[in-house]
Design a protein around this ligand. Sequence first.
Ligand code: C2O
Ligand code: CU
Length: 445
Amino acid sequence: CNMKEMNMSDMGSMCQAGNSGSGTPIDTLQAPQTAAHIDTFTLTAQPAHLSFGLGNASDAWTFNGTSPGPTLHVRRGDLVIVHLVNRLSFGVTIHWHGITVPNSADGVAGVTQDAVKPGQTYTYRFLAKDAGTYWYHSHQESFEQTGHGLYGMVIVDPAMPIAHDNVDTALALHTWNSIPTLNGAMGTVHVSAQPGQWVRLRLVNADNYPYHLTLVGTPFLVAALDGHDLNEPTPLTAVPLSIDGGQRYDLRFRMPESGPVALLIAKDGDREYAKTPAVLVGQGQFVSSALPSLNQNEFNFATYGQPRTDPITLQSHFDATYSISLGFTLGFSNARPGPVFTLNGKSFPDSPEIVVKLGQLIRLHFENDADSGIHPMHLHGHTFTILTKNGRGLTGSPVHLDTISVRPHESYDVAFYADNPGLWMLHCHNLYHANHGMDMMIVYP
Ligand code: C2O
Ligand code: CU
């Protein structure tokens, strides 16, 4: 395993077969290393009254008075220390969505810590191991608390930036009172950029259902999914993308010589994009008669970019395979009235548990046969590699995600190295579904 890929072992991380590419776990504890920098932040959970524009406002629960809360910028290799101060009248936590934190920093109330009580503080410590776009949100009553504003974004910059984007903006999608907002505002977000500059837009879906979006004004690249770079992305022209709850898309493009670039958005179920662009990059007016159709082939990661050798897609042996079918029944779950979302017919805490051993390569098969909706399945503490979509292998770039959107009649095989001991959740990131039973645990004995 590559020294550069190692991390501080005082957090329980070990050099794994996933890095060596040999398929043999190297279970040697590495000597502690010093983090490049220490980044310290304080996030105070507090009430606020937020206005979204055009007279729309709401009482909210926020980190530091805004929603999204502060975007935390760190560098790969840094030790991140976050002090959570709770000034709300109920317990909260912070989960670091997509970041492979040690289990003790995972922020799952009732599993890795107790919810932080009003007036109390709690400190999270983790290494920013991988560059990319991530986010954070409360994981105590996640559906309610994230919905009411307790979330923000985390950007991990590469340790040594090679080709830096001139403009780099993180944007969170979130619905308030049925009104979609970007970074907490209705209407258009204006981003300035000059002709010829490279622009990166990092989109985070902090909602519970997909949005459809595209960029018009210039061809664009899907540079990364869930913070993980795609290999040799190819230019797309006005192709619709779907971003589901919990997922991230990094889009890159070069500003054209003239005219703005517009990000257009449609809510799931809309027939066309909203006429007002969600984001306008550069100078000039966007002409809404130029709206492209939503009814064209969608971006499909299974065929995008160029193949590359990948330590997991090369494997043909898995230590265990679990099949998980995503479904729905009527009844009660967790004593919550309403629909029940199920994993193999059971809802949490009766859902199946997956027991893994350190170093194992685990395959998960997700299938959504029922018409129970779209399920963005999120795994804590690990990143998985997509092996197949609807039974077929990927023909483009390897794809590494922490949240896979499984639509009705779709199936996926994914695999991950069990390289991060602890108790980890695997759940639907439609947090309403999670709230209604669609959760299970991955357990290291
Ligand atoms: Cu972003 Cu368990 O969640
Ligand atoms: Cu779901």
